[in-house]
Design a protein around this ligand. Sequence first.
Ligand code: ZN
Ligand code: ZN
Ligand code: ZN
Length: 163
Amino acid sequence: MKEKQVVTPFRSVDHQHSTCLNSVLVTAEHYCQQRGLKLTPLRRRVLELVWKTHEPVKAYDILQTLQAEKKGAAPPTVYRALDFLQQQGFVHKLESMNAYVGCGAPGQHHTSQFLICHICGVVAELDDYDIGELIGSKADSLGFKVSQLTIEIKGVCGSCQAA
Ligand SMILES: [Zn+2]
Ligand SMILES: [Zn+2]
Ligand SMILES: [Zn+2]
């Protein structure tokens, strides 16, 4: 059986985000290179903006930042870049928040269970095989075939509970 795994943990107090962000970008470049995909400067910048923090980011905010940096960053190109990043698994969309969050395991097939802190907004991502199996079999008993299995769980993270 597959191990339960934490895809993206909650930030630790001593989390080095610049190192974290750097490795995300290096991984993305490597991934695209191997598959003959183009990580254009815009796609790279959008990925960087989604990963600016571990909190979900709205497409609108990304657009605002890009427009401030470079006049004429048109909404469709930004949305297309987000689509690309989502398709390649570099970012996930949190439907309940209509916002994007970076994935800690891009290119690796996984289901996602997101733990979302409603106080500070930080997100952790889990890939628990058992949860997927359980839901799959319950759905199956109703003759329902699951095509997307993303779960968004709201709550309070450890550091907010401590504060
Ligand atoms: Zn980080
Ligand atoms: Zn993921
Ligand atoms: Zn929190």
